[in-house]
Design a protein around this ligand. Structure first.
Ligand code: GDP
Ligand code: MG
Length: 177
């Protein structure tokens, strides 16, 4: 192998969905680059970032797609979902509305994505406990009913972000390998 060349065994496309401002882009920045920006601007243009992890001695490249601010208009296109094998369905634990919209996001996801897609429900901003508007029990029940994984994360404090992605990637890995 040439110096610097990277052997990739699998490439998994994972999409981030959920209302604007729930922290999707910061979750991605945390996972892909271990960064967080307090003053993050709304995402412009479709983009994805990658990070390669090792699962069971295989090198797995996660290609993680972030919405282009289209979530404001609920106009995420089918191209966005095409080929996705994993999804992070994100709400903000301090914004009840962002959780109430999850059912619609899930419906849209299921309408566009592969039926075996692995889905993680993510309640972000767990560092803002004093502003909590969504009890963890409500989300757990919803996830259980819909057959989703569930975790609360803080992109700010780097809590559970790694675990959320690794859980989804490992589950996908177990399905395809
Ligand atoms: P997106 O529209 O879903 O991509 O949301 P962003 O990633 O742009 O984040 C929206 C706002 O929430 C920004 O001001 C972020 O700094 C903030 N934010 C994102 N994640 C967290 C978090 O875990 N905790 C807190 N306290 N703020 C966060
Ligand atoms: Mg964004």
């Amino acid at each position: 192998m040439a110096a610097g060349a990277e052997r990739i065994d699998f490439v998994f496309k994972v999409v981030l969905i959920g209302d604007a401002a729930v922290g999707k882009s910061q979750i991605l920045a945390r996972f892909a680059r271990n960064e967080f920006t307090i003053d993050s601007k709304a995402t412009i243009g479709v983009e994805f970032q990658t990070r390669t992890v090792v699962i069971d001695h295989k090198s797995v490249k996660a290609q993680i797609w972030d919405t282009a601010g289209q979530e404001r208009y609920r106009a995420v296109t089918s191209a966005y979902y095409r080929g996705a094998v994993g999804a992070m369905l994100v709400y903000d634990i301090t914004k009840r509305q962002s959780f109430d919209h999850i059912a619609r996001w899930l419906e849209e996801l299921r309408g566009h994505a592969d039926k075996n897609i692995v889905i993680m429900l993510v309640g972000n901003k767990s560092d803002l406990e004093e502003q909590r508007a969504v009890p963890m029990e409500d989300a757990k029940e919803f996830a259980q009913r819909e057959g989703l994984f569930f975790l609360e994360t803080s992109a700010l404090q780097a809590t559970n972000v790694e675990t959320a992605f690794i859980t989804v990637l490992t589950e996908i890995f177990n399905i395809v390998s």
